[in-house]
Write a protein that binds this ligand. Structure first.
Ligand code: AVI
Length: 322
């Protein structure tokens, strides 16, 4: 039996897990994949040959570094480069290196939900690019919008790379872009990485690798619940399952219960029943086409400045202004 009276839930994590596991169908947010283990697993995913997204964006930023840098600095001597969901900053370092070697006047503000990722990034930048001024900030995208706006008067260039926007449903993505648009001034720019629709098999393979790294990443949310909420999820009782709808462009990740069983989360005073084959929806990874990007931008009040694509036409970086 599921507990019907909600106990006092303190953190957002507790509230979201409680809601997600008492809703039908069940769901958990992919933002909770990212603890120290999740960060490492995502690094491993980015290194997998099947996960083409990282290489494609790396290619775009490497091939167009000078043009992008000139665009950032246009009309202004100095700017603040804010990166939402910076992670390990691996691709951003291409831009940071060029900007610092060519004496552009800028400050780098990486924002990430994971303090662990930010610490690693700050340390690596101190070693690799010590002349870059870095000011990290921990928080969710929505929490940190105020940080973007902190220094009025300085040109803002906002980066949202790695197809992170794809982890938001269209209404959330629209709201998110609109919130950014609202803190942008006329000369500010927003550079966003979009994973484009393509052969559906390529997409499925990227989220369903044979070594099971993505499966472990998906299940990490259960490990985290076990650790932080005194849970007793048995990971072997769940299977990672990926579906991709080529019409909507939505890839969805699920954890499927392989047998009926009950899980207890002591900290939430909650027992969760799973029927055999019941699902927990954990992530969406949206794929785009130009038409959908234009539609999103219009609704968010953003204008397209330019776009950059990779040679295979698999991925695009769009630049927007308000
Ligand atoms: C972070 N994000 C853009 C990744 C994606 O492609 O949706 C997370 C990921 N999930 C499974 N593999 C990678």
């Amino acid at each position: 039996m599921q507990e019907l009276i909600a106990p006092a839930l303190e953190t957002q994590f507790e509230k979201d897990v409680y809601k997600g596991l008492t809703d039908y169908p069940k769901h958990l947010s992919s933002q909770y994949f990212y603890d120290a283990t999740g960060d490492k697993l995502f690094q491993d995913i980015m290194d997998m040959p099947e996960y083409y997204l990282t290489d494609r964006e790396f290619e775009i930023l490497s091939e167009n570094t000078e043009e992008i840098a000139q665009l950032f600095a246009q009309g202004n001597a100095s700017f603040k480069l804010t990166e939402l969901g910076a992670g390990d900053g691996m691709k951003t370092k291409i831009l940071l290196k060029y900007l610092s070697e060519n004496n552009f006047d800028f400050k780098y503000q990486p924002i990430d939900i994971s303090q662990n990722a930010l610490d690693g990034l700050e340390k690596s930048l101190r070693n690799e690019l010590p002349q870059v001024l870095v000011e990290t900030r921990q928080g969710t995208y929505f929490e940190t919008l105020s940080a973007i706006n902190a220094e009025n008067g300085t040109k803002k260039v906002i980066l949202f790379l790695g197809s992170n926007i794809g982890n938001l449903l269209h209404p959330q993505a629209m709201e998110f872009l609109r919130n950014i648009q609202e803190v942008m001034q006329k000369e500010d720019l927003l550079l966003v990485g979009f994973d484009m629709k393509k052969n559906p098999q390529i997409i499925l393979d990227a989220y369903n690798d044979p070594k099971g790294i993505t499966a472990t990443f998906n299940k990490n949310v259960l490990t985290r619940i076990n650790r932080e909420l005194d849970g007793n999820f048995n990971l072997d009782k769940f299977r990672h399952w990926e579906v991709y709808n080529p019409e909507s462009g939505t890839a969805k990740s699920y954890l499927v219960a392989m047998e009926g069983h009950t899980v207890t989360l002591e900290k939430l005073d909650l027992q969760v029943n799973f029927e055999a084959w019941e699902t927990i929806h954990t992530e969406i990874s949206q794929k785009y086409d130009d038409r959908t990007i234009k539609w999103l931008a219009d609704r968010a009040g953003l204008k397209i400045v330019t776009e950059f694509g990779d040679a295979k036409g698999q991925y695009k970086n769009y630049v927007f202004r308000r």
